[in-house]
Design a protein around this ligand. Structure first.
Ligand SMILES: Cc1cc2nc3c(=O)[nH]c(=O)nc-3n(C[C@H](O)[C@H](O)[C@H](O)COP(=O)(O)O)c2cc1C
Length: 199
């Protein structure tokens, strides 16, 4: 696909086990914004997929793929096909959810399938604490991991002070920011594509 000519391909990966919860609502707003710029996003609820924990066996380094037969190869292919990744997780004990961490650990050894350089990422984080700084370890983990992968973190949207399922609907300013972020990311990707002629 030629960025600049066709809209970016956008995929979201949601780590909350709560369907229709705050994280999913926040991610949906980002995807809505991306759609408004012409993208046709897909969303993956990690808790509803089979993702085994990395076994640290290093077989992927030789085989180019994991020995586990689960939903992860399809997710990795989707990551490769996408120009923009949207990662959503609530804060659980200062970190991401276990479901998200399972997914992330399996990026290890995926270099034959996913070529991250040139992708854009958006991070969406929800938490019960009213202080956004409580998300610092979660956000820092993503910032470091994406830097390591040479992926540009386009924006981080944090919704603090949300606990009950759907409570975030009352936080219209955060939702508006999320929607704008989705729109901007697709526009930025198009700009980058035009500048670099990237694929
Ligand atoms: C197991 C568990 C651990 C949590 N740990 C934290 C935490 O460390 N800090 C915090 O601010 N909120 C914490 N929360 C609150 C969630 O981050 C918050 O309710 C969030 O909005 C849930 O998002 P969801 O509706 O998408 O599942 C925790 C919730 C659960 C269920």
């Amino acid at each position: 696909m030629e960025p600049g000519n066709r809209p970016a391909s956008v995929s979201a990966f949601v780590g909350s086990p709560r369907r229709g919860g705050n994280t999913e609502i926040l991610v949906d707003e980002i995807l809505q914004g991306a759609s408004e710029e012409g993208a046709n996003p897909t969303k993956h609820r990690l808790s509803e997929l089979q993702i085994g924990p990395c076994r640290g066996c290093d077989a992927c380094r030789e085989l180019g793929e994991c020995v586990q037969k689960d939903d992860m190869p399809a997710l990795l292919r989707r990551m490769e096909e996408s120009h923009i990744w949207v990662f959503g997780t609530p804060v659980y004990w200062w970190g991401p959810t276990a479901q998200f961490k399972l997914f992330m650990d399996r990026w290890y050894g995926a270099g034959a399938i996913v070529h991250p350089k040139g992708k854009l990422a958006i991070l969406a984080v929800t938490l019960g604490d009213t202080q956004a700084s409580t998300a610092r370890h979660t956000v820092g983990m993503f910032e470091d991991a994406l830097r390591y992968l040479d992926v540009e973190l386009h924006a981080t949207v944090i919704a603090a002070g949300v606990n009950a399922r759907g409570e975030i609907r009352g936080f219209t300013d955060v939702l508006e920011r999320a929607r704008r972020t989705g729109r901007d990311a697709v526009a930025a990707f198009t700009d980058i594509g035009n500048r670099k002629g990237a694929t």
